[in-house]
Write a protein that binds this ligand. Sequence first.
Ligand code: 9MR
Length: 565
Amino acid sequence: RAQLLSESIRLNQVGFYPDAPKIAIVVGEVSGPFQITTPDGKKVLFSGTLSEPRQNAISGKIAHTADFSALHTTGTFVVVVPGLGRSYPFSIRPAVNRDLAIGALKGYYYQRASIALPESFAGQWHRPAGHPDTHVLIHPSAASVTRPEGTTISSPRGWYDAGDYNKYIVNSGITMGTLLSLYEDFPDFCRTLVTTIPESKNSLPDLLDESLWNLRWMLTMQDPVDGGVYHKLTNARFDGMIMPGQAEKDRYVVQKSITATLDFAAVMAQASRVFRHYNRELPGLADSCITAAVHAWQWAKQNPTMRYDQNAMNGQFEPDVVTGGYEDRDASDEWIWAATELYLTTKDEGYYKAVNLFPDEKTPLPSWSQVRTLAYYSLARFGNKLTPVGQKDLAQLKNRLIQFADQLRQGIDKQAFQTVMGKSPSDYIWGSSAVAANQGIALIQAYQLTNDRAYLDAALTNLDYLLGRNATGYSFVTGFGSKTPRHPHHRPSVADGIEAPVPGLLSGGTNANAARQDKCVGYTSTFADEVYLDDDCSYASNEIAINWNAPLVYLAAALEALQKK
Ligand code: 9MR
C-alpha cells in the first residue's frame, strides 16, 4: 500500500549507482525495520533494519541509517519506515548523475550576459538579451592615461556572477579553473556532455563552448597597455529584481587588482593549454591566452600591493560602488596558482621558482578567496610529465593531496548524515554547498592518485548531501530532486513570471550566519546545519553563483566518468 510522505527520511532524491553505497538517514526516535518498495508500495525489493541511534553533534537530534547498499536492482523506489511513512522517490541506475552533470553545466547558459536565450535552447526560461556591455564606463578608480575617466570600453559576454547581474573577475577565476580542470581531467567524457546550446553543433565540447563565453569576456577585462585586469564589471548598486533585458543602469569597470590579475593569469594560462587542442577551430586563441597571461603576470610583479578595498575606495571616487566585493587581503595563494599554471603551459621553470609553492603544511579547500590547492591539482594532473623542478616536489605534493582526502574521509561514520560535509560546523558558511562539492573534488583527486574506491564513495556522500541527505531535507539543485529550491535569490527566477526557477543552479545552502547577514525573516532554526530558507530574500542561504555550480558540475561529471571504469 502506498505510504504517506515522511520528511524525516532524508536521502539523495536523484538516486544511486547500482554498485555504489546507498543509504538514507531517518531522523527522530524510531527503530526497527525498513523496506525499499516501488513508489506504489506494491512490491518490496529489500528489507533491512535501522541502525542504532546516533546523535547529531550540532543539533543533538537523533539519526539512524537505513543502509540498502546490497540492493542492486535498477528502477524507481522509495524507502518505507513502518509507522513513519515513505521517502521521496529515487532511482537506482547506471549513469544516474548524467542528467545532473548536464543540467548543472547548462546552468551557465542561463547565466549568459549580452545574448538572448531563445526558446529552442532555453525552453520556458527563454528571455531577451540583457547587458550588452558594449559601452562600459571607466570608473574613476580605474582611470589611466590611455583610458581616462568617462571613456568607455566594450566588454560584452561573460556569465552573470550569481543572482545579481555583475561580472567579477575573481569569482570567474575559480569558476573557470574548475571547469577547465574538469575538461583536462576527463576530456573524453566531457565530449559526451551535450547541453543543447547554440554552439552544440560545432566540433568543440559544449563545456568548452560554454567556457568560451566567459573567457572572451575575461580577455576584454585586461588593459592592453599595462596588462592589469579590472577587478569587476559592475553597476554602482545592485539592480532590482528585474529581468536582464530591463536593466538600464550604467556599467563600470573599476580599479585593477592583484587578485583579479593573478586569477586572470592562471585562467588564461590554463585556457591556452586547453584551447591549443582546438587551434584549427579557434586559430590564434591559445596564443592570445598565453600572451594575456604573461602580460598579467608582468603587471602583478609591478603592482603586488594593489588590493581591491571597496570601503577605502568609496568616498574617494564618484559614484560609490556597493556591489559584491570579492576582497581578499592575502594574494599569496593567487600568486601560487598563477605561477603554477604559467609554468605548466610554458614549461618555463622560472615561474615555478618565482613563488614558494609550499609555504606551510596546509592543503586549503578551494574557494574564491583561496586558490592554492587548484595549483596542486594541476601539478598532480601533469604528474610524471612535469619538468625536473616539478618532479622534485611531486611525491610531496601527492602525499599532501592524499592526506587531505584522508582527513576529509576520517570519521564520516560518526557523523549524523554520514557525509564528509558537516563534520565541522564551520563547513556551514555562505555558499556551503560549494564546500561540500569542493570536498568531493578533493576526494576525487585522491582517487585519481590511488585508485582506491573508498575516496570515490566518500565523494559520493557529499553528492548525497547536496541532493537531500542533510539536515534541511532539501536537494539544493533547482529542478533536481523532489524538494528543491523554488525561490532562489536569482533575479531571472524571481522576475520571469514562470513558476519553476531556472534549473540546474546550486543554491548556496545552509549558512549558520545567514539570518544575521541577510536579515530575511522566516528562518526556523539556529543550528548551524539547519539554517536555510527557500525564500528569495535569503541571499545568504539561497542565492546561486557560478563558483558554486562549477564544483557541482565537476563532482557530478567526474563521478559519472569514473563509474564507467
Ligand atoms: O560567495 C561570497 C561569499 O563568500 C561572501 O561571504 C559574500 C559576502 O561578501 O559574498 C558572496 O559572493 C556574492 C558576491 O559578493 C556578489 N554576487 C553574489 C555572490 C554570492 O552570494
